[in-house]
Design a protein around this ligand. Structure first.
Ligand code: AMP
Length: 633
């Protein structure tokens, strides 16, 4: 007999412990959990207390033991024209060698290892090697530059940094080492060692006594055996920095056991991935999707994971589909932006390849607009599954789970990621009263009841108070986690995401804090004041627009151009090109309230050509008129 998804979801909350105890059997435990969920110290939650396990064992060793020759990691780089396939046995050997290097450098359980790397196999080896020995990895996206990197080094205080000479994007070599050296100079914390993978893309200087050569150590530790360290389920597996409303990024901290169980469950029920098949996520290991669904999730499920260094349009816009064909990809994960990029090219490029292995394409990271969803659905002829989640949750919060045995599949609905996933007690609250919205089609703040399910963040690294104050205090007196997203639920229970409630923006699926960009821009000597807002963009979803009040108005259009170029360069050098504003608009004043608070929403509305709404608190109406005029100019 099949049950409805709604009943199934309800049971996941009302019989929480029994529900997750069943799921815990999906992974190997050295000692089984003694307690499923400890909620004695809300809003914290501890999952699978007393159980000991290891992520690397579950992702690699247990498959290497039974299917050593099956494909585990497929690496393709269209940037350097290389491909390499590692079986589970080979992957285990690489990870053990890397783990041996870490151990030889004195890295042990609880020590941090910062990974600043392009999409190369060694990045995955490093993550898994950390998991193997209980070290905590902190991967920093390779597109971030020295100031962003320095703040993360400072916060994580790593004993070791693993990096490479360079990455490459669309054929352009991006040297990493100068950025890393600069970041270490800026940080008060200095790592004892830097392990460098030399791809021979960009020559670099070695710091004697600090910098180690990966190739040399790899030879030295060839054949090394490093057993997995059994870790209590609530040990820390990793931290991953994400942007918030302050300039200081938050280290989202995840556990070991809950993380493994959540991913194993989602791989089966949400993604429908099977051992021996190939999973292809086009994300980057620097983002949460890369952690959950390039490295850990597919491997835990016994699938081969395809790791891709390249863009969706190089050498041509069919490259992703050629990989689907070549490696018989069954499950694919990407972002709406990538599809919008492809949409500009001929749909016939898709038909050039045999895509018969593909069962579904999952898209996440930003709102999936209907034209994009329809275009790719028509072109591929497989279900397109929108899924909504965050760095904090680690796995989808809203989507449609089509692979739960005995449970009716929820049909997809254009424009909505879907319904709350099992384990998530999702509510929509009135912004002003904090009351739950009882009627459909009302806009409210999307929140999750305590406890968050397995796999979600434990806390903010090194700052429990920030975890509590940031996420759990938005509605006084209510124990709810705020997603900081607006949502709306229709009469059938589908949730629609209507954008952020805070100053976080989403550029091509990448989450950026406007405050970080503002801090960087305001550091330019010619800038008196700056406001950065996210503005709707056809291709990237949103782009950052900087409104700058210069100390002295540029005398000529050429001078304004030059200042804009300098500001953009500054952002490139300090934060990375991902954060670069698409345009700098010079104004003589910013729209503010009489009490001096910046009217961001009004600024954003005007930039998007919308009605700025209630302006009774606006101090000087001339400010918005000027913004309007300069935007046109
Ligand atoms: P990140 O932590 O970088 O993954 O960013 C998470 C944020 O991206 C969410 O809070 C949403 O604002 C947005 N987001 C992610 N997935 C979706 C989606 N499927 N639809 C709409 N917004 C999304």
């Amino acid at each position: 007999m099949t049950q409805t998804y709604a009943d199934f979801h309800r049971r996941s909350l009302t019989e929480r412990d029994a529900f997750w105890a069943e799921q815990a059997r999906r992974i190997d435990w050295q000692t089984p959990p003694q307690q499923i969920c400890d909620v004695s110290r809300p809003p914290f939650a501890r999952w699978f207390v007393g159980g000991t396990t290891n992520l690397c064992h579950n992702a690699v060793d247990r498959h290497a033991a039974t299917r050593p020759d099956d494909r585990a990691l497929i690496w393709v780089s269209t940037e350097v024209g290389q491909e390499k396939v590692y079986s589970f046995a080979e992957l285990q050997a690489e990870v053990e060698a890397m783990a041996a290097m870490f151990v030889a450098q004195g890295v042990g359980q609880g020590d941090r290892v910062l990974i600043y790397m392009p999409m190369i196999p060694e990045a995955a080896f490093a993550m898994l090697a950390c998991a193997r020995i209980g070290a905590i990895h902190s991967v920093v996206f390779g597109g971030f530059a020295s100031v962003s990197l320095a703040s993360r080094i400072e916060d994580a205080s790593p004993k070791l940094i693993v990096s490479a000479d360079a990455g490459s994007r669309a054929g352009k070599v991006l040297p990493y080492k100068p950025l890393l050296d600069e970041a270490i100079t800026l940080s008060t914390h200095k790592p004892a060692r830097v392990l460098m993978v030399d791809r021979s893309l960009a020559p670099f200087e070695r710091v004697p006594g600090r910098d180690l050569d990966y190739a040399e150590l790899r030879r030295e530790h060839d054949g090394a055996r490093v057993p997995c360290t059994w870790l209590e389920s609530n040990s820390i597996s990793y931290t991953l920095y994400t942007s918030g409303t302050t300039g200081k990024p938050k280290g989202v901290q995840r556990d070991v056991g809950g993380h493994a169980v959540a991913l194993a469950t989602s791989m089966d029920w949400i993604f429908g991935g099977k051992p021996g098949e190939t999973y292809f996520s086009t994300s980057d290991i620097g983002w949460v999707v890369g952690h959950s669904y390039i490295v850990y999730g597919p491997l835990i499920a016994g699938m081969a994971t395809l790791m891709y260094e390249g863009t969706p349009v190089n050498p041509d816009a069919a490259v992703l589909w050629s990989l689907v064909e070549k490696y018989r990809v069954t499950v694919m994960f990407s972002a709406p932006t990538a599809v919008r990029v492809l949409k500009k090219h001929d749909a016939a490029l898709l038909k050039r390849h045999d895509l018969s292995s593909l069962r579904a394409l999952f898209l996440a990271g930003e709102p999936l607009d209907e034209p994009t969803a329809s275009w790719i659905a028509d072109a591929l002829g497989v279900p397109i599954i929108d899924n909504y989640w965050q760095t904090e949750t680690g796995w989808p919060l809203l989507t449609v789970a089509h692979h739960i045995p005995g449970v009716e599949a929820v049909p997809t609905r254009l424009g909505s990621p879907g319904v709350p996933m099992y384990g998530y007690g999702v509510k929509l609250l009135d912004e002003n009263t904090g009351q739950e919205l009882s009627e459909p089609n009302q806009k409210g703040v999307l929140v999750i009841e305590h406890p968050l399910p397995p796999g979600a963040l434990q806390t903010v690294w090194g700052d429990d108070a920030r975890f509590v104050n940031t996420y759990w205090q938005s509605v006084p007196g209510l124990e709810v986690y705020s997603t900081f997203d607006w949502g709306l639920r229709d009469a059938e229970g589908y949730t629609f995401i209507l954008g952020r409630t805070d100053d976080v923006i989403n550029v091509a699926g990448h989450r950026l804090g406007t405050r970080e960009i503002e801090e960087c821009v305001s550091g330019h000597a010619a800038v008196a004041e700056v406001a950065v807002v996210g503005v709707a963009d056809q291709l990237k979803g949103q782009v950052a627009l900087a409104f700058v009040v210069p100390r002295e108005a540029p005398a000529t259009p050429e001078a304004a151009q030059a200042l804009q170029a300098q500001i953009m360069k500054r952002v490139d050098e300090q934060l990375g090109a991902v954060a670069r504003p698409s345009r700098v608009v010079f104004v003589s004043l910013l729209p503010k309230t009489r009490s001096g608070k910046l009217l961001r929403r009004a600024l954003q509305a005007v930039a998007e050509g919308r009605d700025p709404g209630d302006l009774t608190t606006l101090d000087d109406p001339g400010a918005l008129a000027q913004v309007r005029q300069r935007l046109q100019g």
